[in-house]
Design a protein around this ligand. Structure first.
Ligand SMILES: NC(=O)c1ccc[n+]([C@@H]2O[C@H](COP(=O)([O-])OP(=O)(O)OC[C@H]3O[C@@H](n4cnc5c(N)ncnc54)[C@H](O)[C@@H]3O)[C@@H](O)[C@H]2O)c1
Length: 273
């Protein structure tokens, strides 16, 4: 018996959105999926409603009638300021405000490691580590985390803020040996945030069960998140491909990696994801 009648996934055409559409299918009778780019349907259980997240009037009908929201649509990495503002900051506000007006009571949000990107690897960061963004992208994640706190304290909308580290098919470099989140563990984490009886306002790091880690999730056992995958399985492959770096290089010193060394996005070349 599915837990939800209608679950909304934003950013549904994206890399992670597509994994979630496959993985969360058993949780809802209908998956309403939205993105600004065209999408092919994965089956009759999907209801496609395209929209531009920066447009409040477009977001309102997309949110109406949903029981919970998995909000992954945003500028996915550092982008020019106007894009971060429209897609991530205004987009985040529009989703939360539409949820308030339509009575949606739970949101799972794709935050990022870049909300705390200027933490040093050895600092022992946990889920109470305050914001320390490394980019405008990271700053937009801090904004939505704080927005979520306001909407929880004032209007009782529960949120899980997933500070996703590096969610890819497999680790690609030495930093990923600590930051990797497998697709399977991502789906499990989002599912736990949706089905746990109470999540209140919870920050959690999106990391697999890696031997190395820059963050601790020890304060969020209430979610029941038990990641299974371990980047260690890829260590030999990664080490054969990528040499050891300089520990005083900012891309290694700080958890945000190369984005800590990246300049202003309106002046730099575009980063591809
Ligand atoms: N992949 C990772 O390792 C990682 C790490 C940390 C956080 N995240 C977050 O997870 C989310 C998904 O990331 P992804 O890797 O799947 O990126 P992606 O670029 O593949 O997906 C993002 C999707 O959002 C959509 N989108 C962007 N702006 C929009 C707008 N204004 N209106 C409507 N749709 C819009 C895009 O069209 C795209 O399909 C993002 O919020 C990203 O910041 C990802």
């Amino acid at each position: 018996m599915p837990r939800f009648n209608r679950l909304l996934i934003t950013g549904a055409a994206g890399n992670l959105g597509r994994e979630l559409r496959r993985g969360l299918k058993p949780l809802a009778n209908t998956l309403r999926i939205t993105d600004r780019v065209e999408m092919e349907s994965f089956g009759e259980h999907e209801e496609i409603m395209p929209c531009e997240l920066g447009d409040f009037d477009a977001v309102m009908p997309v949110v109406e009638g949903c029981d919970a929201i998995v909000h992954f649509g945003a500028a996915p990495v550092e982008r020019p300021w106007e894009e971060v503002l429209e897609s991530s900051i205004k987009g985040g506000y529009n989703v939360y405000e539409a949820a308030r007006r339509h009575g949606v009571k739970r949101i799972v949000y794709a935050s990022s490691i870049h909300a705390v990107g200027y933490e040093r690897r050895e600092a022992g960061a946990d889920t109470d580590t305050p914001h320390n963004p490394d980019t405008l992208y990271g700053l937009s994640k801090c904004f939505v985390e704080d927005l979520a706190k306001l909407y929880f304290n004032k209007w009782g909308i529960e949120s899980a803020l997933l500070r996703i580290n590096s969610c890819f098919e497999k680790p690609a470099d030495r930093r990923h040996l600590a930051t990797w989140l497998s697709f399977g563990d991502l789906v499990h984490l989002v599912e736990r945030c949706l089905v746990s009886e109470r999540i209140g306002y919870t920050v959690v790091y999106g990391i697999s069960n890696n031997q190395e880690a820059f963050f601790s999730n020890h304060k969020v056992a209430h979610l029941g998140y038990k990641p299974k995958d371990n980047a260690e399985d890829y260590r030999a492959e990664v080490e054969a491909k990528v040499g050891v770096g300089d520990p005083f290089d900012s891309a290694i010193e700080f958890v945000g990696g190369f984005l800590c060394a990246y300049g202003h996005p309106d002046e730099e070349e575009r980063i591809e994801v």
